[in-house]
Design a protein around this ligand. Structure first.
Ligand SMILES: [Zn+2]
Length: 224
């Protein structure tokens, strides 16, 4: 049931037992001899753990696979407090991720972070990142990962302050800054002592991060 402001009521889903949603497969692990459990990022219900029954011949083996996004049909048993996947219609396979190690590493790091985020990661951000990585060369993948991580920090509200110096408070646009991990902020050239100068940020680096923060990511884009 959808309430007046359009939120989908989780309890109603559970009572209905059979429900469907858009989902991204983050990981699969084995349980029992032949069964598996999938961790899904859903578009409207955050992270969902769902059992996947069936042996090697099950068609689910190829459909419910990490980095795949699609519509999932689930059956929840509120008494047993368990959920199982009954069908999965894949809309994005992203086969290119498995063809290259750098693509795989970048995609794996992203889904690992999403798995540990309690599901608060933006749905469009992670899906467009994976779309981009699946078709990008290695250099593009590394830049896409950097943009993804920075946008994640921005959306979680934990991005370090790059606008002004921690010590003098002055806005140092177009100047070299030094990231200061102890206070999670930046120091200007006047304030940074030699021992504070481990992490130099050129004006180009700062403006790159600023641009990434203020340019919207695109669904089905190349991970820009
Ligand atoms: Zn300063």
């Amino acid at each position: 049931m959808i309430d007046r402001i359009g939120r989908i009521n989780h309890n109603t889903h559970m009572a209905n037992r059979s429900w469907s949603t858009e989902a991204l497969v983050l990981s699969l692990s084995s349980f029992g001899e032949i069964h598996r459990e999938a961790i899904l990022l859903t578009k409207d219900q955050g992270l969902v753990r769902a059992a996947l029954f069936g042996g090697a011949k099950s068609r689910f083996r190829s459909l419910v696979s990490p980095f795949h996004t699609g519509t999932v049909w689930l059956y929840s048993n509120p008494v047993k407090n368990s959920t199982k996947i009954t069908d999965f219609d894949v809309t994005a396979y992203r086969a290119g991720i498995r063809e290259n190690l750098v693509r795989s590493w970048c995609a794996s790091l992203a889904v690992e972070i999403v798995s540990r985020s309690q599901g608060i990661v933006d749905w469009v951000l992670v899906n467009s990142f994976l779309d981009g990585v699946a078709v990008s060369d290695e250099a593009e993948c590394r830049r896409a990962l950097l943009r993804f991580l920075w946008r994640l920090l921005v959306s979680a509200g934990v991005k370090p302050d790059m606008e002004e110096c921690l010590r003098c408070g002055e806005n140092k646009e177009n100047e070299v800054l030094y990231y200061f991990p102890h206070e999670d902020g930046c120091l200007c050239s006047n304030c940074a002592r030699p021992e504070d100068r481990h992490f130099r940020l050129s004006p180009d680096s700062c403006s790159y991060l600023f641009t990434v923060e203020h340019s919207p990511q695109r669904m089905r884009g190349r991970g820009q």
